[in-house]
Design a protein around this ligand. Structure first.
Ligand code: AMP
Length: 573
């Protein structure tokens, strides 16, 4: 299903998608369709029903949302009744899907997406429905409630999606789902996605879907005999810290780090360079000459780390690549196989590492099946591991410098200094070592208090001197961190306390307590002072953060920056 290395991959532009949706996909940074998208989008664009065996993480949301958005009628001002209904098992998924659709619909004027789910007020949902939403995303129970109250009119429905159908049945929604299917226009188009195909789902598919395109990803299997595969379960905000620890401790010659989007390649490469690693980005936006230049740098050793998307790394053959690190898990096993095929080349051994969040655990067994090899769990390198590596590298750098032709000159200067100031030569050597650190602390220190805040999701600690503000500060003047005021959409009305704001932002954005300035909680929003130059990855993570169930929609307030000393944070809350 997925193109192999010799064929050019299918592009989104080949799938007949509306131009405005295409532009939005490019904005979110998707370079090429995932296999489920390449198979599902043309079928749905052609008006067919679809049954897809697909799990979370495969890109199935865009697989159904993109064709629906491409085919929805926007001009029918008078029509308030929804044209598309997406049923999801949980409110989290409903919200996630609604958010994703909102992004893909960025350039569709007048398109409204409304999430409706249990536990949120009817008032907001009712006014949304009265105003008119072409796309409704809801949990089956709440959809039935609205149908019974006659506040939701599905008589004009053209598209119905059952997302995570097996989960919906597991949660006892079978009857509600069938009731909704039976009570909607017979000529609607239905797409059913499920990770498994129990007989109950087969029966629903046979009853309500005619001539459906059945889409199953047939995983190609390979043996990656030369490549050792390991994985680390790590929450998204902790990935950067985990990566830097691994880069410090793991012996590697050259590494490719895979991420999902073009922006992520640039962001990550920049953050790695700021931490002193020699990293470059390659993505589909690079012209061929630039791409070749960057690969030549990797080959020659001028660059050791390449941060790449799947498309950009296709066919890459550089013997030096000892490690492949999947920073974002791939959307399908074939991409995984292509990725790890970049190492272990020319008879050498390779190392494949995989970062996986808790929600992505189910993809592990598919990868193990596809590569016919178990992946072993690796431990996050501890602070002690990192520090002993730093000490060993420090010793090595001394040994290397002892061979320098300038040694004689400096020995004379050091001897003269020690005599003149009457200090031991060892102290002078230590002072020179301090100088070589350029103000940075030599040893890593863990930050225990925040590590305990969020129980799930494995290792939560991150080092104090590597927090985003510190790193940004190191790049600038080393001592001053400029704070800016950010607005978040939770306030007294949502019953938030400063502690909840600090906890959520710190956990999701990988911030440390020193990064926070003043917090001012207003009625329906709050103003929070945070470092002015938060990296984009942190901003992205924060923009997806929820407090008291509310998406905080972090935005920067203009013109409110002020410098402060980070060592003494203002604790005015
Ligand atoms: P889903 O399976 O829909 O939950 O998507 C899993 C993740 O893959 C989400 O973070 C999407 O933003 C991302 N994604 C979906 N399609 C693509 C694509 N074609 N290229 C890169 N990332 C994608």
């Amino acid at each position: 299903m997925n193109a192999n290395e010799d064929q050019p991959p299918v592009g989104f532009a080949d799938l007949g998608i509306d131009d405005r949706v295409l532009r939005a996909l490019s904005d979110v940074g998707y370079e090429s369709p995932s296999p489920i998208q390449a198979a599902t989008i043309p079928a749905l664009m052609a008006g067919r029903h679809v049954v897809g065996l697909a799990q979370t993480g495969t890109g199935k949301t865009a697989a159904f949302a993109v064709p629906i958005l491409s085919r929805i009628e926007l001009d029918q001002q008078a029509q308030k009744a929804p044209q598309a209904l997406i049923l999801a098992p949980t409110r989290e998924l409903a919200l996630q899907v609604a958010e994703a659709i909102g992004k893909y619909a960025k350039y569709l004027p007048g398109l409204h997406v409304l999430p409706i789910y249990g536990g949120s007020s009817y008032g907001v949902q009712l006014s949304g429905l009265r105003r008119g939403a072409q796309v409704v995303v809801g949990t089956p129970g709440r959809v039935i409630d609205h149908l019974e109250k006659k506040t939701l009119d599905l008589s004009r429905l053209r598209f119905l999606v059952l997302d995570e159908a097996d989960e919906m049945l597991n949660m006892g929604f079978a009857e509600d789902v069938e009731k909704i299917l039976a009570g909607t226009p017979a000529d609607k188009q239905v797409a059913l996605f499920s990770a498994t195909m129990p007989s109950q789902i087969r029966r629903i598919a046979q009853r309500y879907l005619t001539d459906a395109a059945e889409i199953t990803m047939k995983a190609k299997t390979v043996t990656a005999a030369n490549t050792r595969q390991r994985y680390l379960q790590v929450a998204n905000p902790q990935k950067m810290d985990a990566l830097t620890r691994i880069l410090e401790v793991e012996q590697f010659e050259a590494m490719i780090i895979f991420v999902r989007t073009k922006q992520a390649t640039e962001d990550l490469a920049e953050r790695l360079r700021a931490r002193g690693f020699s990293a470059a980005a390659i993505n589909g936006d690079l012209v061929q000459a630039q791409r070749e230049r960057t690969i030549a740098q990797l080959r020659s050793g001028a660059v050791d780390i390449l941060v790449a998307t799947d498309v950009a790394a296709r066919g890459l053959d550089v013997e030096r690549i000892s490690h492949v690190l999947n920073y974002d898990i791939p959307t399908d096993t074939e991409s995984y196989i292509h990725r790890i095929g970049r190492t272990g080349r020319a008879g050498r051994t390779g190392e494949a590492l995989l970062f996986m969040t808790h929600r992505e655990r189910h993809l592990l067994s598919s990868i193990e099946r596809a590569t016919r090899q178990p992946l072993t769990e690796m431990a996050l390198p501890t602070v002690e591991d990192v520090n002993s590596t730093r000490v060993a590298k420090f010793a090595d750098s001394i040994t290397a410098s002892l061979a320098s032709p300038q040694l004689g000159l400096f020995r004379g200067l050091v001897d003269a200094y020690a005599r003149e100031h009457d200090v031991p030569v060892a102290d002078v050597a230590a002072a020179l070592a301090v100088l070589s650190q350029d103000g940075a602390s030599f040893l890593l220190t863990a930050e225990p208090p925040l590590a305990k805040r969020k129980p799930e999701g494995g290792e939560r600690s991150f080092d104090r001197d590597r927090s985003p503000a510190r790193v940004a500060g190191q790049r600038r003047a080393k001592s001053d961190v400029r704070l800016a005021t950010y607005r978040i959409r939770v306030g007294k009305r949502h019953k938030v306390q400063p502690g909840a704001i600090v906890g959520a932002l710190a956990n999701e954005g990988g911030l440390s307590r020193q990064d926070f300035g003043h917090i001012d909680i207003k009625v329906d929003h709050s103003l929070v002072e945070l470092p002015a130059d938060l990296p984009r990855g942190t901003l992205d993570a924060l923009s997806r953060t929820r407090i008291s169930g509310q998406l905080i929609e972090l935005t920067r307030e203009e013109g409110a920056d002020r410098p402060v000393r980070p060592k003494k944070p203002r604790r005015s809350y």
